[in-house]
Ligand binder design. Structure first.
Ligand code: PLP
Length: 355
């Protein structure tokens, strides 16, 4: 029996527009090969920087493109490490947690509920403590919880940041991966561009192209650029030029709609299966993104995981994200509709106690 993976937060193969992207790569190379195949700016491929700058209403000098947004997160964290203290949501994306700890940061996890980060807790920390280097936030369809920070809290957090001179990094790879409801303004927009904004084409085009971007304040852009130069001279321009061609020929929107339709159907299937097989379990019901967050009512998710793997299904324990022992992340982005139903049935059968 093959294991069904609710652990993999990656797009299913059907999401990847392979032929179209192959054509984009070929066209980009034929048109601009001498630039793409050489060393260039540490901040990325100029035509793509310009496109992103226009989307955000900023000068291209503020846009910094990296080999995936996680690489940019490393650059930023390395650059700010002198302050040694960082605030994050509890739970939060596990890779930044590891990166921050490896860089020697003292990581402070702030409480969240269904509306996202609790601004009162943030205010308390800012009043009481040693000033942190920055706040790392994933406000929309958060990894791992799928939660979205409410508009009121977005406003409050932006105000608090301004009042206390707190640097905020808004990580937003899922903002456009919305298959229901209306988008909320980003913290970047609400702050008039003071918040650092980061996103990626990993969820909207293809993760293997490794194209992520940041909008920094100008001075910070120059400083982080120096770290990038010292690390790899130039990011991979072929991936960026391929994305640029994909955008300029008008393929981005139709592809996004196709991907969002695919993901929405998977979210529906997972919620329906959970309602059917695990009606006592509390879960988030996101309008976009890749993930659901389960609260297992006192059941230790490490015990459940061991039993679930024997039953042929896997997921990620909430503690990997700094969450409580009785929480779990289920990804529905990679699995088929049939696998979702079967996997949830296996999970229900593996539960050590009835809930
Ligand atoms: C919140 C968040 N940020 C960043 C990333 C990484 O994006 P990239 O592929 O651009 O490095 C992910 C990937 O899963 C993510 O969930």
């Amino acid at each position: 029996m093959a294991t069904i993976s609710f652990a993999r937060g990656v797009p299913a193969p059907e999401c990847l527009a392979v032929e179209e992207l192959a054509d984009c790569a070929r066209v980009a190379l034929e048109r601009d090969g001498h630039t793409i195949l050489s060393y260039g700016s540490p901040s990325g491929y100029a035509p793509l920087r310009e496109w992103i700058a226009e989307q955000h209403g900023v000068e291209p000098e503020r846009v910094f493109i990296t080999n995936g947004s996680l690489q940019g997160f490393v650059f930023l964290s390395q650059h700010l490490a002198a302050h040694k203290r960082v605030l994050v949501e509890r739970p939060t994306y596990d890779r930044p947690l590891k990166i921050l700890r490896e860089l020697g940061y003292e990581v402070e996890l702030l409480p969240c509920d269904d509306e996202g980060l609790d601004p009162d807790a943030l205010e308390q920390i800012l009043r009481d403590g040693f000033p942190p280097a920055f706040l790392y936030l994933i406000p929309t369809f958060q990894n791992p919880s799928g939660r979205t920070l409410s508009l009121e809290r977005r406003r409050r957090i932006v105000e608090l940041a301004r009042e206390h001179g707190l640097l905020v990094y808004e990580d937003d790879p899922y903002g456009l991966v919305r298959y229901e409801g209306e988008p909320l303004p980003s913290l970047f927009d609400l702050s008039g561009g003071e918040v650092i904004y980061g996103s990626s084409f990993s969820k909207t085009v293809a993760p293997g192209l490794r194209v992520g971007w940041f909008v920094f304040p100008k001075a910070l852009a120059r400083e982080v650029e120096a770290t990038a130069t010292a690390t790899y001279i130039t990011p991979v321009l072929l991936g960026q030029a391929t994305v640029n061609e994909f955008l300029r020929r008008g393929s981005f929107e139709p592809n996004l709609q196709r991907v969002n339709g695919f993901l929405g159907a998977r979210r529906d299937a997972m919620l329906a299966a959970l309602d059917e097989y695990l009606p006592g379990i509390r879960t988030t019901r996101p309008q976009g993104g890749y993930f659901l967050w389960l609260e297992l009512g006192g059941v230790d998710s490490s015990v459940l995981l061991a039993r679930a793997e024997e039953a042929g299904v896997t997921f990620v324990k909430g503690t990997d994200f700094g969450g409580a022992p009785d929480t779990a992340r289920l990804a529905f982005s990679f699995v088929s509709l049939d696998e979702i139903r079967d996997g949830v049935a296996r999970l229900a059968a593996a539960l050590p106690v009835s809930v």
